[in-house]
Design a protein. Structure first.
Length: 138
């Protein structure tokens, strides 16, 4: 998944899923806490793979991951207008009230409060990207 899309959350907590991400996410997918204060959205196959990897860990290593990802997880389904209902607890966690940015993050999508995304993405420096590119051999 790729791209960044600006949307709003309505008073009932519903949000349009960008059409370009709907095919990759599917009609039903899982949302949960993401890193850095966003909501992560996983297509079924990616969620199943993440769950299997966490379950395969020894409990001493898995318990924090299980609690972080699974306790907050919810299955959501697109309505006839291409919207999902973002659970209130996840909206609070991510600081989302109205304006959001939905980004593609390779195998999953992330839903950010627009101001939080602007601050986070603005702090990504060329030096950080260059160092990360070196780590992957570019």
């Amino acid at each position: 998944m790729k791209g960044a899309y600006e949307h709003t959350v309505d008073a009932k907590g519903r949000m349009f899923v960008p059409a370009r991400l709907r095919d990759a996410l599917g009609d039903r997918f899982t949302v949960t806490k993401g890193l850095d204060g966003c909501i992560a959205a996983y297509p079924a196959a990616e969620w199943d793979a993440l769950e299997a990897k966490i379950r395969a860990l020894p409990m001493s290593k898995a318990r924090d991951l299980q609690r972080f990802f699974f306790a907050a997880a919810a299955d959501v389904e697109l309505d006839s207008q291409g919207r999902i209902l973002l659970p209130a607890g996840l909206r609070r966690y991510a600081g989302i009230e109205r304006e959001v940015v939905v980004i593609g993050a390779a195998a999953h999508a992330e839903i950010w409060d627009a101001a939080r995304w602007e601050a986070y993405s603005g702090a990504i420096t060329d030096d950080r990207i260059a160092a990360a590119m070196e780590d992957i051999g570019f």
